[in-house]
Write a new protein. Structure first.
Length: 311
């Protein structure tokens, strides 16, 4: 049974005339009559008394009319609700970021900003386990609206969105700092650059993460060659921070993530300022994305950065 048969029947019950009902349904009368006949065959009962003028409904037709009106009304209401859901989903701002930036930046900066402009972001928490290139692919494949990430010229995979189709806002500056647990006297257990005979245990990032190419790039350009022995690799700065705190070695960690621990005194800087690595925190979007909520969010954030500088 087709839904349009129910609509045909309701139109016929209202007009009591095949020709007028066919006009109302925008079909020819033969087509309309054939569909009413198919409906009766499906129900295995006569619904229209064709021997009266105007036409009338049989007792079975009167019962069927009530159900047809109920079904079509429910279907119409359901369709409207589904369209509302679709509209809401299309207007949501889909947001992805790394675990580190979610913990150290989103909660402290982006979330309060969204509250100020009364906007909610649809945060994809699964992105906290993604590789670096996954974030770029998500933006390119239009699976997200905005991407919050670290930026440094050594991060090669970000170059895929360094063209006219995409734009970014530098919303903050960050610094990767080498950290070490402290000894009983409060001094760092390990200090750069280390010695060849006793290399410093190093807790690094995997090659396909955001930060490993940054650290590699920076260390290659130091006058003193750091003597490091990699003992572990991780995707997340939080994991490296935990191992550093336990005294397993040194690791480069975003300063925002380490401030509380540094102030507590259990961890200290493992080198002079030349070992620090400057980064940018950027927000990327596609210029082709016409989501009105995204446009509102983007313009509000751009104005805030323009008026007060990086967040």
């Amino acid at each position: 049974m087709e839904i349009r048969w129910l609509e045909d029947f309701i139109a016929l019950a209202k007009t009591r005339h095949f020709s007028r009902a066919a006009d109302e349904q925008n079909v020819t009368q033969p087509t309309f009559s054939r569909r009413i006949k198919l409906l009766e065959e499906e129900m295995r009962v006569t619904l229209i008394d064709r021997n009266t003028l105007p036409l009338s409904l049989t007792p079975a037709g009167e019962v069927f009319l009530q159900s047809a009106e109920l079904i079509t009304r429910q279907l119409r209401d359901t369709k409207e609700r589904c369209q509302e859901i679709k509209k809401q989903e299309e207007s949501q701002v889909r947001f992805v970021t790394t675990q580190t930036l979610f913990l150290s930046f989103y909660k402290e900066v982006i979330e309060p900003f969204c509250q100020d402009i009364e906007m909610d972001l649809d945060i994809n928490m699964k992105s906290s386990s993604w590789l670096g290139i996954d974030f770029v692919n998500s933006l390119v494949d239009q699976k997200c609206d905005i991407m919050l990430c670290y930026w440094h010229p050594a991060i090669n995979f970000i170059r895929a969105i360094d063209d006219e189709q995409y734009e970014h806002i530098v919303i903050a500056e960050e610094t990767l700092i080498p950290c070490s647990a402290t000894d009983d006297s409060g001094e760092p257990k390990f200090t750069l650059p280390g010695a060849k005979r006793k290399p410093i245990p190093y807790i690094g990032y995997y090659e396909n993460s955001f930060l490993q190419p940054v650290i590699h790039h920076h260390l290659q350009r130091q006058r003193e060659v750091p003597q490091l022995q990699t003992i572990s690799e991780n995707y997340h700065s939080v994991s490296i921070k935990a191992m550093v705190k336990e005294g397993y070695g040194i690791g480069w960690i975003p300063k925002r993530l380490m401030l509380d621990t540094l102030n507590y005194g259990k961890v200290a800087l493992a080198g002079e300022g030349n070992w620090n690595i400057p980064l940018e925190i950027r927000l990327y979007r596609s210029k082709l994305n016409q989501n009105p909520n995204l446009t509102q969010f983007w313009e509000a954030l751009k104005n805030k950065v323009r008026s007060s500088g990086p967040l």
